[in-house]
Write a protein that binds this ligand. Structure first.
Ligand code: AKG
Ligand code: FE2
Length: 312
């Protein structure tokens, strides 16, 4: 087995959203103190804005000052997968027992805190029947192979058949190289928006969240030659989706190739309320571990270079 350890390049830099999230963390303990912009259910998230406004949807942070009214808007993430073709987040969770087992193994084997590592890449192969015991990831540590097999069974009724077959090829399918990437995020850490490397990874990406939820943001890759802020003019779109712990994410087709995914480095996520329409929950980030399985393209030079940043 080959393992490659990295310190992940993380944190989204320079964007307006990031600055506002900082403001969220620094200025308020609860979302009630903030002005929350609430987009319609499943309309793409609207841009963040700071400035004077007297609309009903915002409250002032500084009501007592008539001269300086600062309004902070933030996005409210949805809880159901947005309509991006090829994106699947089925409404199922792996069991708490399995999640604990896997997390414990990862912490013991890779993230014991000795080297400041927060990213590990592991490599294996799916094998076919002719080679004897067929597995979905021979060469990966047994607990990651076993997780793959459990995911195959769990996802069987939850995904379209061809997407399931893309992730879990049958026993007679040719052997393929597969990577498992483990990412550990302390509260406040994230990963820059990116498209997984086009020259290294094939279609069909499977990710599982452990230990904490987080909001994952998806942004449409801009077509070449277009510029400008875009979102109000139809050439860009963004969705924010809350991924609860033990949930499973699948990226394929358009979602894998035409949209970036990223996680903002924030201590709290603002998410649509599960119980009350039009309301929101503020959810504190815990330490999150993610495991992502990806197919390597034939001949991809896989060892020695970081996976981020990404789009090409
Ligand atoms: O942590 C996650 O769920 C996403 C990780 C990711 O996008 C990556 O490693 O390419
Ligand atoms: Fe990624």
């Amino acid at each position: 087995m080959i393992a490659v350890n990295y310190t992940r390049q993380s944190e989204r830099e320079g964007s307006q959203l990031c600055e506002e999230s900082m403001a969220l963390d620094q200025t308020a303990d609860s979302a009630e103190m903030l002005s929350i912009y609430k987009p319609e259910a499943w309309s793409p998230s609207s841009p963040v804005a700071i400035g004077d406004s007297d609309t009903d949807s915002v409250d002032s942070l500084f009501d007592e000052s008539p001269h300086r009214q600062l309004h902070v808007f933030t996005r409210v993430a949805g809880r159901a997968a947005p309509p991006i073709p090829g994106l699947f987040v089925p409404d199922i969770r792996i069991s708490a027992e399995l999640a604990n087992e896997v997390t414990q193994k990862c912490m013991e084997m890779y993230f014991d805190g000795r080297h400041g590592i927060n990213q590990v890449m592991l490599f294996g192969r799916s094998t076919s029947e002719v080679e004897g015991d067929a597995t979905l990831g021979a060469g990966l540590p047994p607990f990651l192979v076993s997780l793959l097999h459990k995911l195959r069974d769990l996802l069987q009724p939850a995904l379209p058949q061809q997407i399931h077959a893309l992730l879990f090829p049958g026993k007679s399918a040719p052997s393929r190289a597969r990577q498992a990437i483990l990412n550990l995020y302390n509260p406040g850490e994230g990963i820059s928006p990116h498209v997984d490397l086009l020259k290294r990874f094939d279609d069909g990406i499977l990710g599982i969240s452990f230990g904490s939820g987080c909001v994952m943001s998806f942004e449409k890759v801009r077509s070449e030659g277009k510029s400008g802020s875009g979102s109000e003019h139809g050439d860009s779109a963004r969705w924010d989706l809350y991924l609860p712990e033990r949930s499973i994410l699948v990226l394929s087709g358009e979602a894998r190739y035409q949209w970036t995914h990223g996680i903002e480095g924030t201590l709290k996520d603002v998410v649509k309320s599960e119980t009350k329409d039009g309301d929101h929950d503020t959810i504190r980030r815990g330490t999150r571990l993610s495991i992502t399985y990806r197919w390597l393209l034939p001949g991809a030079d896989i060892v020695g270079e970081p996976d981020q940043p990404p789009s090409e």
